[in-house]
Design a protein around this ligand. Structure first.
Ligand code: NAP
Length: 474
């Protein structure tokens, strides 16, 4: 069994009081983490504050080499890291491997992006009141960043915060999900043990009494980058005070299947979008609006595709759907299915579970105010809803508290351009699932789905650097 340790700056610290993490599929204890306290948070912040003076002055080539070195090491140990993800959160190995690959790419992208981030000069004689000067702006690091990450992508979402933050010259305090401490610790260790590392630039603390409030209310971090649920995001924004706050929150992603679409292709993609990672993806496909003329045919195709998905043991390479993260998560999913059935919905496919593994579940005859439709379900449950036309589907998609990503499947150009302009979401995908994300793209939601964008370039510009304006007069 593996023990995650605290990093207070570059120094490891253990405590006798450890918390066990169990694999969600077989309940084996796979890791432990030390319960942290407010003192640990304060120490991590003090070290980060002092280190930020060094990170700011460090040459960019060193920070780029640092990230490249971590990416190389991660590549060498990719199977070990995939197994860690599978151990801690039960993600099927095939997708855990995919997450490690993406994590390597995120780190490399962050390094490459920073090389081309710069400032701009401007002409101060543009206004009659101006005069000739040398004027420009440059980007400077914010200092200390707090990064808080969720369980569902326990490696790549850590990388999406610490890689852009460190390469742009900051120090970081990381607080990972309690469900996956070892994934975060093992990645942090690669950063901290790299020959290019800057001492004390990265700390890792875990949950414990008073830790969340101490992290969020401290005056030391200039930025909080949070990925997680809406209620926690809400609590952070209320407590944080004057800081930059980036919130990557939940969603209830939707798509529209037009009658002009390639139905077979759409059904195949939608089965992936709705059920990958047991629906525990912020852009998991939860609502499928289907043109009424192709509803029956599409429903049949989707059920057919879903029946091909192998469920069960996440360590088996053939498994597509593994366990949900814990009892609470599956209980919530089952209650929401039962409530929907009581109100008239029907299960077209799936609906039952073995342990924490819930079958891919397709619901029909739903109403749009049911929890499985209008809230974030975060489980392998998708609802099929017939619509007379695209306009009606668009109205339903937009009638949501969330706005992370939407998609449409169509061969109609006018519909495509309308969707790009009118769908109220941070991302719109045409002819694929809303679950599609490339790590290079700006990623983040409208409405309750959050504030700000992740993706190395956008995180560096919006979160981890500030614009400093300079005027030189002769
Ligand atoms: P969560 O319960 O909100 O937890 C996220 C992180 O916040 C964890 O590290 C958690 O620590 C910490 N936390 C809990 N309470 C806190 C508080 N009061 N103050 C500060 N931090 C606190 O979310 P989750 O269940 O791990 O992840 C699922 C959610 O994340 C879903 O809603 C999903 O949509 C969202 N998500 C969004 C994106 C995106 O990019 N938009 C990506 C992935 C996931 P503990 O683990 O110790 O409780």
């Amino acid at each position: 069994m593996n023990k995650a340790k605290m990093y207070l700056g570059s120094e490891e610290k253990s405590t006798p009081n450890v918390i066990e993490v169990k694999n969600p599929f077989n309940s084996n204890i796979v890791s432990t983490y030390p319960a942290c306290g407010v003192d640990d948070v304060e120490m991590a912040y003090l070290k980060a504050k002092s280190a930020s003076k060094e990170t700011k002055k460090s040459p960019l080539h060193q920070r780029v080499s640092w990230l490249e070195d971590v990416a190389d090491k991660l590549e060498e140990q990719s199977e070990k890291f995939a197994k860690l993800i599978c151990d801690e959160v039960g993600k099927p190995m095939v997708f855990a491997r995919g997450e490690v690959t993406r994590c390597i790419e995120t780190i490399r992208l962050s390094a490459h992006t920073m090389i081309s981030i710069g400032g701009e000069s401007f002409d101060t004689t543009a206004m009659p009141s101006g005069k000739k000067t040398l004027a420009f702006f440059k980007r400077v690091p914010v200092g200390v960043a707090l990064a808080i990450t969720p369980f569902n992508f326990p490696l790549n979402l850590v990388a999406h915060k610490i890689a852009p933050a460190l390469v742009s010259g900051n120090a970081v305090v990381l607080k990972p999900s309690s469900a996956a401490p070892l994934c975060a610790y093992s990645l942090a260790k690669l950063f901290i043990q790299s020959p290019y590392a800057i001492k004390d630039a990265l700390s890792v603390v875990y949950s414990g009494e008073g830790v969340n409030d101490a992290l969020v209310t401290s005056k030391i971090p200039r930025v909080i980058s949070f990925t997680g649920s809406v209620p926690v995001g809400n609590s952070i924004i209320k407590k944080a005070g004057i800081k930059r706050i980036a919130l990557e929150l939940g969603g209830n992603a939707a798509t529209f299947i037009d009658k002009s679409a390639n139905l077979k292709d759409a059904a195949k993609k939608c089965a992936v979008g709705a059920f990958v990672n047991s629906g525990q993806v912020c852009i998991s496909l939860q609502r499928i609006y289907v043109h009424v003329e192709v509803y029956d045919e599409f429903s049949k195709l989707l059920a057919e595709q879903s029946s091909k998905l192998v469920t069960g043991n996440p360590y088996d390479d053939k498994t597509f759907i593994g366990p949900m993260i814990n009892e609470d998560a599956i209980d919530k999913a089952k209650i929401w299915i039962a409530n929907a059935k009581q109100e008239g919905a029907k299960v077209l496919f799936g609906g039952t579970n073995k342990g924490l593994v819930l079958e891919p579940t397709i619901m029909v005859d739903v109403k749009e105010d049911m929890n499985i439709v209008c809230q974030e379900v975060f489980a392998p449950i998708v609802s099929l809803i017939a619509k007379d036309n695209y306009e009606e589907a668009k109205q339903s998609m937009n009638d949501s508290l969330f706005g992370l990503q939407y998609s449409i499947f169509t061969n109609d150009l006018a519909m495509t351009t309308d969707a790009i302009d009118e769908l109220e979401a941070g991302g719109v995908v045409i002819n694929d699932i809303p679950t599609l994300r490339f790590d290079i793209q700006p990623y983040g939601g409208f409405k309750h789905s959050g504030i700000g964008k992740e993706g190395p370039k956008f995180a560096i510009e919006d979160d981890y650097t500030e614009v400093k304006s300079v005027v030189i007069c002769s």
